[in-house]
Design a protein around this ligand. Structure first.
Ligand SMILES: Cc1ncc(COP(=O)(O)O)c(C=O)c1O
Length: 399
């Protein structure tokens, strides 16, 4: 029997003793008593609509992220939709990541834009600006890219490309609350920055979103769009939506915001610890960091070298789970493989070929990446379990 086959027999997956019988928590979402009190105060007031707590969250978010204006809104998808509407028009081509969550791109399509899928960098997993440049045409009007997993993209490179070609820039920071680039908050960069406050995000209100901008006119326009274009009571200057947040959610957001800087610092320390653990295992690579950026590690995403192991990424993760280490796959497919975008992808394939239509790094990442448990409550014991489980599974499946 080959060495790895002997080791595989010891895996918990095959009836061996697990590294830990209690799984390491994948995230830490509990509210504190202070959060509950903050929500209760709004409930007791009876004023549940967008009000003082939303205004407080907006003001504090602007201060924390170096933005002039912040608007709360119903969720991160609405935030994208609101930000896109004034910044490009139907028919415009928009450079988007092939490697992101669907909303970054689906809202481009909802606006009537033509998504042009760009590749990811193989080490940071972030938007590949050089690849984006190759895809520019006379119809390109905007760049809509994601600070994925909480790591900022190469903002200087995006900025340079945008200036050269006169493009608007919208950053999807749904996973990147309080990340910085060259010492400044993300609100300092681009035409608009959007965030999600979904239940599992670093700052979570259940459902919720934020948009920030440094452009006064754009901020006014976004406020109108958020609330039916209403300029006076029952006077609607333009068509808009009801994408407002409510004060119960905002009160929870404000309360949690008190703890977010400390929790973020903890995530950053945890990422450093993970880097050391993962680097010691042949065939698994830690996520690289964008120069000049401070990521906030919404997700800690590693990459497996398929040639190093006798199993697939999914089998590797299944074995880890059995040892007590849950993982997640963000994401199991490149956005160009989403049926929702088939018409754009097949048009690109027809014009430029399959390799162009399906950017290759994003294709490869879909079967290589997985995320380890990451949150502010990881303990020394959790790190011990993750390290031991990774070594055990890696040796069991070593090619
Ligand atoms: C990168 C990214 N963009 C957009 C969204 C959409 O945010 P929401 O779920 O709040 O609509 C999410 C989160 O789900 C996300 O991770």
């Amino acid at each position: 029997m080959a060495h790895s086959t002997v080791a595989a027999a010891g895996l918990a997956l095959h009836g061996g003793t697990p590294v830990s019988s209690a799984p390491v928590p994948f995230m830490s979402l509990a509210l504190t008593e202070a959060d509950i009190q903050a929500a209760n105060a709004v409930l007791r007031s009876g004023i549940l609509r967008q009000g003082a707590r939303c205004a407080e969250l907006e003001r504090r978010w602007s201060e924390l992220t170096n933005a002039r204006h912040t608007l709360t809104c119903a969720n991160g998808t609405c935030a994208l939709q609101l930000a896109y509407e004034p910044l490009f028009a139907p028919g415009d081509e928009v450079l988007v990541p092939a490697w992101s969550y669907i909303a970054t791109v689906s809202m481009v399509v909802a606006r009537g834009g033509q998504p042009v899928f760009c590749d990811a960098l193989p080490d940071t997993f972030q938007f590949d600006v050089a690849d984006a440049e190759r895809r520019i045409t006379p119809r390109t009007r905007a760049i809509a890219c994601t600070h994925l997993y909480g790591m900022p993209v190469d903002i200087d490179a995006v900025d340079k490309l945008a200036r050269k070609h006169n493009l608007k820039v919208i950053y999807d920071a749904a996973q990147a609350h309080l990340a910085t680039y060259k010492g400044k908050g993300l609100g300092a960069y681009g035409d608009a920055v959007t965030y999600s406050l979904y239940a599992t995000k670093n700052l979570a209100t259940g459902e919720g979103g934020l948009i920030s901008t440094n452009d006064d006119a754009l901020a006014r326009q976004l406020a109108l769009l958020r609330s039916h274009g209403e300029t006076d009571k029952y006077l609607h200057a333009q068509v808009g939506y009801n994408y407002r947040l409510n004060d119960i959610a905002a009160a929870i957001g404000c309360s949690r915001l008190d703890r977010l800087p400390a929790q973020t610092a903890q995530r950053q320390q945890n990422a450093d610890r993970y880097d050391a653990i993962v680097t010691a295992i042949d065939g698994i690579t830690p996520p690289a960091r964008t120069p000049g950026a401070q990521g906030v590690w919404h997700l800690y995403t590693v990459q497996i070298d398929p040639a190093a192991f006798t199993c697939t990424r999914d089998e590797f993760c299944k074995a880890l789970m059995a040892e007590g280490v849950p993982t997640a796959t963000h994401y199991p497919r490149s956005l160009t493989r989403q049926p929702a975008f088939a018409q754009f992808v097949s048009a690109a394939a027809k014009a430029h070929g399959e390799a162009y239509a399906h950017p290759p790094v994003a294709e490869a990442l879909a079967s290589r990446v997985f995320c380890l448990p990451m949150h502010h409550d990881l303990t020394d014991e959790h790190f011990r379990i993750v390290a031991e489980a990774l070594h055990k599974v890696a040796e069991a499946y070593r090619a």
